[in-house]
Design a protein around this ligand. Structure first.
Ligand code: ZN
Length: 303
């Protein structure tokens, strides 16, 4: 099991009182070091321009990489570009690319990317919702283009719908996108009737839904869709903001629910793709819940 991270991910400076703050990543890495001293930590390289251009327009690359502001600027009311954000964004996307290389190259079966900024709201041409580049989309497109895969499944249990990931892949049947999320909630997409080219499966949950509804959505709707797709690689947008303590949403998950869904995904990956999983951090804004839930997730990936 490889863990990819980079100190530059701490230097994306969103400013005081922003939910998506550097302390989130420290909470995750501290929790993983404490719970699993044997983990194999690797430094994330930068994603290349060519890798990013598989998912994003040249205009978005220019905005994120060439603006180089000398102080914080807002790309939208939620999304900040700070002096060192470009380097953090390059390392976050590069982590997922290199994790894909490691898993598909047989160096490890599973990998987790402890990175920020998160990625799943970024569309091909718009940075939004705390996200600059869509890290998991860049990784999935790398698996298809550089490793010749034909079917990659992306599952997303962040409490927010991964609108960016869905938008990038909804006309690309090589990728299945399966998501549970709270609705109504930002960004407002993710209804059951959004099915893309038959490769998008959404399981919206009402505010205040808890473990039972979450597990039912995965057992009855999302996991069977992934199994039917028979992925050659399973990728996880691992957001932990569906936890009951999270301040940005109202779902009522417990830490054990993240261990449960991860164990189900590991079993599915073993059945269809040699156990190969690349997971990357998305949201999670209560530091205690985030630390415990990310450790539960990685613990289940280690099984
Ligand atoms: Zn989220």
């Amino acid at each position: 099991m490889h863990i990819y991270s980079h100190p530059a991910c701490l230097d994306h400076d969103t400013g005081p009182a922003h939910a998506e703050r550097p302390e989130r990543l420290s909470a995750v890495t501290d929790a993983l070091h404490a719970a699993f001293p044997e983990l194999d930590w690797r430094e994330a390289p930068r994603a290349s321009r060519g890798q990013l251009l598989r998912a994003h327009t040249p205009e978005l690359l220019d905005q994120v990489l060439e603006t180089r502001p000398d102080k914080r600027m807002f790309l939208d009311p939620d999304t900040v570009l700070s002096p060192h954000s470009a380097e953090a964004a390059l390392r976050a996307a590069g982590a997922v690319v290199t994790a894909v290389d490691a898993v598909l190259g047989g160096k490890t079966t599973r990998a987790f990317c402890a990175v920020r900024p998160p990625g799943h709201h970024a569309t091909a041409d718009v940075a939004m919702g705390f996200c600059l580049f869509n890290n998991i989309a860049v990784g999935a497109l790398h698996a298809l283009a550089a490793h010749g895969l034909e079917r990659v499944a992306i599952v997303d249990f962040d409490v927010h719908h991964g609108n960016g990931t869905q938008a990038i892949f909804e006309q690309d049947p090589r990728v299945l996108f399966a998501s549970s999320h709270q609705l109504p909630l930002y960004p407002g997409t993710g209804t059951r009737d959004e099915t893309g080219d038959g490769n998008v499966v959404n399981a919206p949950l009402p505010p205040d839904a808890g473990s039972a509804e979450f597990r039912a959505a995965w057992s009855q709707r999302l996991l069977p869709a992934v199994a039917a797709f028979k992925p050659q690689l399973l990728m996880i947008s691992a957001g932990f903001d569906a936890h009951r303590l999270d301040p940005l949403a109202q779902l009522q998950l417990e830490t054990a629910d993240f261990a449960w869904v991860t164990a189900e995904l590991v079993a599915l990956a073993r059945r269809y793709c040699g156990g190969r999983i690349v997971s990357t951090l998305e949201g999670g804004y209560d530091l205690t819940a985030l630390a415990g839930s990310s450790a539960a997730h990685v613990g289940a990936l280690l099984a």
